[in-house]
Design a protein around this ligand. Structure first.
Ligand SMILES: *[C@@H]1O[C@H](CO)[C@@H](O)[C@H](O)[C@H]1NC(C)=O
Ligand SMILES: *[C@@H]1O[C@H](CO)[C@@H](O)[C@H](O)[C@H]1NC(C)=O
Ligand SMILES: *[C@@H]1O[C@H](CO)[C@@H](O)[C@H](O)[C@H]1NC(C)=O
Ligand SMILES: *[C@@H]1O[C@H](CO)[C@@H](O)[C@H](O)[C@H]1NC(C)=O
Ligand SMILES: *[C@@H]1O[C@H](CO)[C@@H](O)[C@H](O)[C@H]1NC(C)=O
Length: 840
């Protein structure tokens, strides 16, 4: 209605108004989205109404929030566009009216969009390996061009296929890596306006945790207050947190569990069997979570939970001991009694012991119960981590058993014990009977009873024969009673010992004997040994008897005398029969040796003889040496005596006269003196006609002469040189040689002489006999006692030879064996002279 009225009024103005002009300032407008701008509409002329029309043609009424129209004065109206948006664009019209006069003007309003980052968050996080879509939403009109930069360089997807700039301007990184992390620059440009803007954004790459158990299986022992440590190590970005769960319950530090700072270690305190099972460690961060299982095995030490002492009676069919044990792994139960061990399935040889086990229970069954089964049995439960042992006592009740010697010996007036020893359980009471009457009875004053828990002694001092005989010991307990006869027997004297043999020495003798066959019932206390020289008084001595005595030594005997000896044994009852007489002869006291026995053997050549002697009795002390003398039968003078050390057994006599009878005497000497000589005679052979060595000498004579001539020539030359030397040095070579020769002549003389002597004898057939003494080591028992040889009036040989003899004694075997002493003697000369000559 109103519009129609206005229209009528408008038409009236147009008809009556002269002219009106309208102008809009500014004449055109560009507004960025969101900005505000106003326009003025100026009217020239009288205008009653000034109206604005929106691009849609619709008149703009006042009170619109986004577009505001106001009449500032008579000729001006303003149009204000607040917070322009793209819808505000278009042609706006200003119309002025007065009556039927009307004028209008238009203005074109353009709206444009500036670069606007609608979404470019920072930081943006991705998980490693994902296809990351880095958001950068930019708007502008016209739409912008988007560029991405990283580490100061433009990202060029053509160069790296992992990068792509999407149609919406986002940057896509395929399979993003930890190394892609950093700042990214999203830049937008609007070429038309030269407008540019950018946003920096941080890209974070998160890494999924990894987790690893340090030990997949953990062992622990229950009920000993010990802890178990379970550990998992985790990695990832950001640093993951580690938590633990058991049976789907998250574990927290407290009485039962404790966790370390980063949660990697879980300690389970005071481990119990119920704690066994799987534990899960969980590592968690933004990228996700990973889990791992750790198994806790809880072992339980064996513990014997049931055991009980048992009582049985002898001859019961069987008795069973039972033992029950707990533990994990289930323990194995074994049984032992003393050193014997019983295990399941393994039965004793007599099949009287059977072990049966079932799960945690084991039983030991003993069949045909005997009293020896009583005692402590050990039940042992063991598994891989330990063992437990408990003692079980088996009590076996049994009737008394009487032990002990049944017979006792004594004699009238001598107290003796009859011993009744009893084994019984429970303990037995012991009673003695004699002829049905309990002892001691009123009129038995000669008996006493001593009781101990297991033994009863009945001490009887027999007054008469009546007291000997049988006694009855009766033992009684709840299981029964047993009685046994004991005999008191009159003791007898021992029978005679038997002398086996007598080993005589010069003043003592060892009598070896056998104990008497019969001891008479009581032990032998002493032996009496009696001896006498034939036909003289008996001498006797008592010897205390000892266990296993088999010999007695008697002393004070005369040497080399004949004795007879007898012996008898004595026990408490008295002295027994004497043994048979045994006769023996004592040894002589040590004296001089017995004369050696001689043998002689002709050597090659016929005038050499080897005289051997065989050692005879040494008279009780060791032989020190042998003395040898010999001479031709027809002469009265003996050749000088030769002394040979003990241990030697022959002498070689060389260079004897031909066809002559000789006598040889050999005497053995010990500390006590000289033996009688062992004597022997022999005859040398008839002299052979040719001497083998002489022919050899003859053939060598020619050569010898030539050599002699050469030596003479050499000698003359030597003298010539030497004379010269002598005059110049006052000490010629010849002189030196002479001195040297003389100097050595002394020590070398002996050997030389010996050799020369032998040679001379063989060549010259001189009548000098040669004596060769060979000493050989011999292990005789007397050797040790041989000692140093004392020289005596029997003329020792030359001093050097004497030394040789001594040395031979002292030195080792080999040396002694090789030692050969050759003695050259001159016939028909006094021994003293001979010795002096050798010394010279
Ligand atoms: C745990 O005990 C079992 C069985 O006794 C054994 O085989 C295993 O080696 C043990 N493990 C450790 C880590 O000691
Ligand atoms: C079993 O007997 C022994 C010795 O007789 C005794 O010390 C122990 O206490 C007994 N044990 C039980 C469980 O009866
Ligand atoms: C008999 O035995 C008792 C107890 O052991 C002892 O005191 C006594 O001396 C013994 N008598 C004889 C003669 O051995
Ligand atoms: C004990 O004395 C009585 C009479 O006084 C006698 O009849 C009995 O034989 C005697 N017993 C013995 C064991 O000597
Ligand atoms: C011992 O004496 C008791 C009681 O008088 C008797 O019952 C038993 O038969 C006797 N034993 C022997 C072996 O004589």
């Amino acid at each position: 209605m109103l519009q129609i009225r206005d229209l009528i009024w408008g038409l009236l103005f147009i008809g009556c108004a002269a002219s009106i002009q309208v102008q809009i300032i500014p004449t055109q407008g560009e507004i960025s989205v969101g900005e505000s701008k106003f326009f003025l509409c100026e009217v020239v002329g009288d205008a009653k109404d000034i109206d604005w029309y929106a691009p849609s043609g619709e008149k703009i009424l006042p009170n619109r929030p986004d577009i505001f129209v106001s009449r500032t004065d008579e000729t001006t109206s303003s149009l204000t566009i607040y917070h322009a948006n793209v819808d505000s664009a278009g042609i706006y019209k200003c119309v002025a009216k007065n009556g039927n006069k009307e004028a209008q003007a238009t203005v074109q309003v353009k709206i444009f969009q500036k670069i606007t980052f609608e979404s470019a968050p920072s930081p943006q996080e991705f998980n490693e390996g994902d296809d990351a879509d880095i958001v950068c939403d930019v708007v502008s009109s016209p739409p912008p061009a988007i560029f991405w930069k990283h580490k100061g360089a433009k990202i060029e997807p053509l160069k790296d296929v992992r990068f792509r700039i999407m149609s919406n301007g986002h940057l896509q990184i395929r399979g993003i890596k930890k190394t892609d992390e950093g700042m990214y620059n999203c830049e937008a440009r609007v070429m038309a306006r030269g407008e540019i803007d950018f946003r920096m954004m941080k890209v974070i790459v998160n890494v999924l945790p990894t987790i690893r158990a340090r030990q997949a299986d953990v062992n622990a022992t229950a009920d000993i207050g010990s802890s178990a440590l379970l550990a998992c190590d985790a990695d990832g970005f950001p640093e993951p947190t580690v938590t633990w769960a058991h049976n789907n319950v998250v574990l927290e530090t407290g009485d039962k569990y404790s966790l370390n700072e980063d949660g990697s270690e879980l300690v389970i305190k005071d481990v119990k069997k119920v704690d066994e099972g799987d534990y899960t460690c969980i590592a968690k961060n933004k990228a996700g979570e990973k889990t791992e299982e750790v198994s806790l095995n809880v072992f339980v030490q064996p513990k014997i939970t049931y055991w009980k002492n048992q009582t049985a009676s002898e001859f019961d069919e069987e008795v069973t001991l039972t033992c029950e044990a707990s533990g994990d792994p289930t323990p194995v139960i074994s049984w032992s009694f003393g050193n014997r061990v019983f295990t399941e399935g393994e039965q004793s040889l007599d099949r009287n012991v059977v072990v049966r086990s079932h799960a945690r229970v084991s039983s030991l069954t003993l069949k045909n119960v005997q009293f020896t089964y009583a005692g402590q049995y050990l039940c042992t439960a063991s598994n891989s981590i330990g063992q437990d042992t408990k003692p079980i006592y088996l009590e076996v009740r049994y009737a008394p058993k009487i032990l002990g010697e049944v017979t006792a010996y004594t004699w009238e007036g001598n107290p003796a014990n009859i011993t009744c020893e009893v084994e019984a359980h429970p303990g037995a009471s012991l009673v003695w009977f004699r002829d049905g009457l309990q002892l001691p009875s009123a009129n038995t004053t000669n008996m006493r009873i001593y009781n101990t828990p297991t033994i009863s002694y009945l001490e009887i001092t027999p007054d008469s024969q009546n007291d000997f005989g049988s006694y009855n010991c009766t033992a009684t307990n709840v299981m029964g009673s047993e009685s046994k006869e004991f005999l008191l027997i009159p003791a007898d004297v021992p029978s005679s010992p038997q002398i086996q043999q007598v080993e005589p020495f010069s003043s003592t003798a060892v009598v070896e004997f056998e104990e008497p066959d019969s001891m008479g019932g009581v032990p032998i206390i002493k032996y009496i040994v009696e001896w006498r020289l034939l036909g003289e008084e008996w001498t006797g001595r008592e010897f205390e008897a000892e266990d296993d005595m088999a010999s007695i030594t008697i002393m004070g005997l005369k040497p080399e005398s004949t004795y007879e000896v007898k012996m008898s044994a004595i026990n408490g009852k008295g002295k027994g029969e004497s043994s048979l007489l045994t006769v023996f002869k004592t040894e002589p006291v040590p004296g001089e040796p017995t004369a050696p026995k001689l043998e002689v053997k002709a050597q090659k050549g016929g005038n050499s003889f080897k005289v051997n002697w065989i050692k005879q009795d040494d008279g009780g002390s060791p032989i020190m040496h042998y003395l040898i003398r010999y001479k031709a039968k027809h002469v009265s003078e003996w050749k000088p005596e030769i002394r040979i050390p003990q241990g030697s057994e022959y002498v070689l006599l060389n260079g004897l006269e031909w066809n002559t009878e000789y006598d040889v005497y050999v005497v053995a000497e010990n500390q006590q003196g000289k033996s009688k000589p062992g004597t022997l005679s022999f005859k040398t052979a008839v002299q052979p006609t040719t001497i083998p060595d002489a022919t050899g000498g003859g053939s060598g004579l020619g050569t010898g002469a030539i050599v002699g001539i050469l030596i003479v020539v050499f000698f003359l030359l030597l003298v010539g040189v030497d004379v010269t030397c002598y005059f110049l040095n006052k000490c010629g070579l010849l002189m030196c040689i002479a001195v040297n020769f003389c100097g050595k002549a002394g020590p070398g003389a002996k050997t030389k002489d010996l050799e020369e002597g032998k040679a001379a004898f063989t060549k010259d057939e001189s009548k000098e006999p040669i004596v060769e003494v060979r000493t050989e080591e011999e292990n005789t028992p007397n050797q040790g006692g041989g000692g140093p040889t004392e020289p005596n009036e029997t003329t020792p040989l030359t001093e050097p030879d004497g030394k040789t003899v001594k040395d031979d004694n002292a030195k080792g075997e080999t040396e002694t064996k090789n030692a050969t002493a050759e003695v050259k003697t001159v016939p028909n000369e006094a021994p003293q002279t001979n010795g002096n000559e050798s010394k010279a």
